[in-house]
Design a protein around this ligand. Structure first.
Ligand code: UDP
Ligand code: MG
Length: 172
């Protein structure tokens, strides 16, 4: 019952709101230093673009170890944490904010599992890497961490709200 009321309300909201100003979910994606070194930036961006997600922000930077320590703060008690922060700050990364309905969860599906060996072919980690410590891409694991990570990596003015002209061919 509740589900059908929510569904009905979302249909009404969609009818009343122009597609261009609807705020969709956002996630934080980064091509890690190994992905950059291996020439996989275009391959990774291509998959998110082709899926229909919208790029809201992108920067090419070599992040400081302090930023990475903050980014991975939830893993601070793990034995691999110092090495992880070093590896992530060892070269440039492509930090991105992607937008779309369900983008946080779908991006994780597109990435594959944390361990490349457990990742299916067709996923980014399943197709392009072998070891967990060199798994080429980061993606937020929940809407809450996405919001935290986007705020950590981007100033508000670095994110662009724009109208994608093919939007009505991606969303009903
Ligand atoms: N990692 C690692 N060894 C491990 C587990 C994780 O080096 O045993 C690294 C790996 O690069 C992973 C990152 O730590 O992507 C963050 O771990 P998390 O569990 O958050 O995985 P993710 O969200 O990236 O799939
Ligand atoms: Mg994670």
């Amino acid at each position: 019952m509740l589900a059908s009321v929510v569904c009905l309300l979302s249909v009404i909201a969609r009818r009343l709101t122009p597609l261009s100003i609807m705020v969709r979910e956002r996630t934080f994606i980064a091509v890690k230093p190994d992905g950059v070194q291996r020439g996989l930036i275009g391959e990774i961006i291509k998959r998110f673009e082709a899926k229909g997600f919208k790029l809201a922000g992108m920067k090419y930077i070599q992040a400081s170890e302090d930023l990475l320590k903050q980014h991975y703060i939830d893993l601070a008690d793990k034995p691999f944490y110092p090495g992880l922060c070093k590896y992530m700050s060892s070269g440039p990364v492509v930090a991105m904010c992607w937008e779309g309905t369900g983008v946080v969860k779908t991006a994780r599906v597109m990435m594959g599992e944390t361990r490349p060996a457990d990742s299916k072919p067709g996923t980014i980690r399943g197709d392009f890497c072998i070891e967990v410590g060199r798994n080429i891409i980061h993606g937020s694991d929940s809407v809450e961490s996405a919001n935290k990570e986007i705020a950590l990596w981007f100033k508000p003015e670095e994110l662009v709200s724009w109208t994608q002209t093919n939007e009505s061919w991606i969303y009903e």
